[in-house]
Each structure stands twice: as structure tokens, then as C-alpha cells.
Design a protein around this ligand. Sequence first.
Ligand code: NAD
Length: 451
Amino acid sequence: MTEDQRMPGEPAPSVAVIGTGWVGSCLAATLADRGLDVVGVDVDAGRVAELNAGRPRFEEPGLAELTGRALAAGQLRFTTDYAAVSAVDVVVITVNTPISDDGSLADDRLRAACRSLSRHISPGQLLIVKSTVPPGTTRDLVAPLLESDRMRAGDDFLLAFSPERLAESTAMSELRRLPIVVGGLNELSTAAAAAFWRRALGVTVTAQDSLEAAEIVKLADNWWIDLNIALANELAKFCDLYRVDVLDVIAAANALPKGSGSVNILAPSAGVGGSCLTKDPWMVWRSARERGLEIHSVRVSREVNDAMPLHTAQLILDGLDDMGRDPAESVVAVLGVAYKSNTADLRATPARTVVEALAKAGVEVRLHDPVADPAEVEDLLKIRPCRTVQEAVRAADCVAVLALHRQFQDIDFATLPVARPCLVLDGRAYYPKEKIAELRRLGFRYRGIGR
Ligand SMILES: NC(=O)c1ccc[n+]([C@@H]2O[C@H](COP(=O)([O-])OP(=O)(O)OC[C@H]3O[C@@H](n4cnc5c(N)ncnc54)[C@H](O)[C@@H]3O)[C@@H](O)[C@H]2O)c1
């Protein structure tokens, strides 16, 4: 049933979103903006206060505006009190689900959320897990924790899993566009979850036969992305051997029709970061291993991608050497510390290893990131970030663009007060050939990943 097919006068379902971090706050604001009555529940009182004041902690384009609008319209509120859950129709769980060092799910937050929820579930409610979990978690961990003598999953309340597949920096538009996958504990749960998402977000729903199938869909997506980037990264190193631009190769290779689409090699980069691609493949590896299956591709892709920050640092050191500069007397300005372009997220950012490797070689590293929180950057890297590009690049021997935030799109390299010649390390900017030629005319040297 799409929103347009809804019966006239049918009230919009009310929703509780459990865990109002990046995923939960984007989802809560979007659902509220679409007219649903939404309460966000979080154990972090500071986060709840910030959200109630219309100040999400995350820099996600459109999130602050939507949150403010929904709060003002009375469609959205945030609380630490789980009692708010008992009055809603649908509960969506979006707490964080990190992994331990051995790749197993660190399930303490999910367990705590389920225990709190179990005291407030009302008959007939639909509960949907959106946090990324190893297959079997919703059935074997979540369902028993939610159940009580008076409440049986599948009978007294419905239970489904729907993976969250948003990408940071484009989440607000993707929420209204990406197809949603659902798998229920029983047919009734699957149907109810599918109807909810069609109604709530107006998106296409792909139903799976089981909870486990839906859980695996999410892992398959991120396994594929990480493996694909590993291919791109090794292809970049391979192209380097022949002084071939990897982006030319990828563009031509991707034009080959294959399967239901075409070859689709993603872009190489200074590394893979964020909270998902660095952990979700390990969930696959660990779950398989517990069942006696060795998954080799996860180890390979994680190893390849984890090596990219050091590779990037080495490219910079080699570039300095080519210019006859001693690392111990060189300055490298890192522009963009977040794990990718247009996000403030520093979780598992490759910039950390790049910066640490350069510092270890004696380089003076300066940082500038107009999106990430300066205090968080300083806390992570023990370097106080510069306030402006100009300040960061003053007399620098290298400008390393590790995340190309929108604010960096129009940098006028001609006016940068850098040393000459100066190396531009393109870790994620993918400058076109004309731009590279212009940089060279301006007295810069250029190195990219595989370029
Ligand atoms: N960030 C992403 O790009 C992304 C994308 C897709 C899927 N996911 C998945 O979505 C889930 C959430 O990710 P995130 O990035 O939003 O995490 P996050 O760390 O930003 O937010 C998690 C929130 O849950 C809250 N929380 C923890 N325990 C709680 C409890 N017992 N009760 C209520 N709230 C609790 C935390 O205080 C925090 O606000 C994870 O499973 C993640 O793997 C994340």
C-alpha cells in the first residue's frame, strides 16, 4: 500500500525510534516530516537535550532544518524515558552495534535496549530492528529479550528486521528514495513492516522470506562495497606500475555490460573508514567461522583497504623526497580529516593513520576540516586544527586532500601561500586531467591514488 493508496481518514502510525544517533535522528526527523507522530528515545541525556533544542550532533545536510521544523510542528520529540514507547504503533531500533576485536557483535547496547523495551511493549505493536546485526540476532537474541510471559513475539507483538542502507552526507534524500528490505518473524510481521515502510516513507519494499535473509542483505551490500573498493585500490597500485591513470581504466572498464547492469568498479582512495564498512564485513567473517565456514574475501578486502592510509602517507613521503625535501623539515597540510567527503564523522577515519605515519617520519602536520568538530579532531589526533585553509597551508610542502568537502571544491590553488614547488596529494578529490594540468602550470606537483 503506498501513501496514495491509503484509506481516506486513516491515521498515520505513531513511531518510537530507539537510539537517536546518526541513523535514528535522520529517520526520526524524516518520518516526522512526512506527518507521522515520532518520539526518539535515547539513553544519552545530552544528545536528547541537543535534539530537543533542534541541534543534532551530526553534520548531515538537511537534518538540522528538518528536525527544527518537525519539533516546531509538534510532530517530533526526544526523551530518555522508555515509557513513551507503550503508546506508539511502531518501534524502530537503531542503537549502535559495534563489534569486538574478534569480530563478534558487541551486543550490550542492543541487549539493554531490548530489556528496556520489554517493559513497555503494548499488544499489537510492530517492532522493527534496523541496527546492523549478524544473521540470527533478531530471532535468537532480540525476540527472547523482548518476550515476557504476557507477550509472545509473532502473536502479541510483531517483529521484523529492515536493514539501514543509508550513506552519510546523502541520508536525507536517500531515506525517501532507497528501496527498503524487510524480513519478518512470520508472514504477518513481514506484511506489517512492508505496509509501514510504504506508508511511512513512500518507498518500494523488497520482502524477504525470513529475518535472516533481511539481515544478510545488509551484510552483503557492505561486503560487496568493501571488496569492490579493495579491487579499485589494488587496481590503482597496479596502474601506478605502468604510469596509467586508474580513473581512465575504471571509466572504460565500467562501460562493459555485465549481468543485469555493467561492471561497476568503485573509486580508489586514501582508505575506507566510518563505522559500517570497517565492521560489517567482519560480522560476515565471524558468523561464518562460528559455523565452520572460512570466508577469505573479507580478510583480503579489509587487509587491502586498511593498508591504504599507510600507502597514502608513503606517496606523500616519496613526493617530498622527489622534491628534495627532508620530512623532518617539511610541512604537510591535511585538508579534510573526516572519513569521507561532506561528513563530520571521524569514526575509523583513514586520516588518522596518514597523520600518525607522517608525524612518525618527523613531518609537521597541520589539519583543517570545516565540517568536523575541532575539539573531536584535536582529541583524536592530538593536533589543534587550523581555522582556515590559508592558515593550514602556509609554507606547506604538501597539501593532502583526504576528504573533498564542498568547502574545498573552489580552492584557488594559485593564491595558496604554500612553498613552491608544492605537492598536491589527491586522496579523494579525483581531480580531472584539466585541473591536474592547471596545478602543474601553477608550480604544483600532483599525486593521486593510482594517478
Ligand atoms: N552510520 C552509518 O553510516 C550507518 C549506516 C547504515 C546502518 N548503520 C547501522 O545503524 C546502527 C546505528 O548506527 P549509528 O551510526 O546511528 O550509531 P550512533 O552511534 O550514531 O548512534 C547510536 C545511538 O544509540 C544510542 N543508544 C545506545 N544504547 C541505547 C539504549 N539502550 N537505548 C537507547 N538508545 C541507546 C546511543 O546513545 C546513540 O545515540 C548501527 O547498527 C549501524 O551499524 C549505520
